[in-house]
Ligand binder design. Sequence first.
Ligand code: BTN
Length: 261
Amino acid sequence: MKNIDNRVMGQDVVFYRTTDSTNTDIGRLAKQGAREGTLVVADMQEAGKGRRGREWISLPGESIYMSLLLRPSCNPDKVSPITLVMALSVVEAIEELEPRNFGIKWPNDVVVNGKKLCGILTEMNMSMESVGKIDYVVVGVGINVNQTSFPNEISKTATSLAIEVGHEVNRCKLIARVMYYFERNYRVFEVTNDLAGLMEKYNGYLLNCQKQVRILDPKGDYEATAIGIDSTGELLVRTNDGQEVKVYAGEVSVRGIYGYV
Ligand code: BTN
């Protein structure tokens, strides 16, 4: 892709008009020895995967469906914040092209006007040769770009860039800018294998910050004020009785008390 001027991220790009899932494609390419930074982009997916086993609707001609291959040397328990590094990179790229108060709903949804614009699904594969080592990580990104409407069941919580900014947005340009920011942010992440060097920037985009949120905890829901993430990417909240509690993304969901954000 001629717009990408990076050393690693997006240096090898594979494009499919149709595929099942770009995350699955990266898995196959990784096993064939593809290098870190390989990017798969598709115009449509027949089996787009969302988080928590959900489907990611992936029609042609309007969205970005892409997956990036990483081969991190860190321990597997350090991988989940990489999703937040990508969320930060997506929001920086969008804000550069179309500045409009885009932000992040913790941990990794990019949101505007209370609606979701981008979802990220990170998957990790362990090495068969050395126990406890990562073979590869796939960071899959779906950005709603040029849709003009959404099916009824998601229209209250989903939006697209075109709906928000009032004109079509060039998908190639946006992909290139996401790769640009991800390369730089990931380099900062790799220094400490956490978000220490990025959390201030991330918290600047965090829409839940200093807002009352509802924590959907399997042990019982409660309300609290969101404070911001720490270096591991966990969300610090202050409960209504004044205690500071860390919320783990894998275990709970967070909602605004008046809606999705
Ligand atoms: C979410 O549920 O919020 C995450 C959605 C991630 C969708 C993207 S689209 C490109 C990549 N390929 C997939 O199958 N899923 C991710």
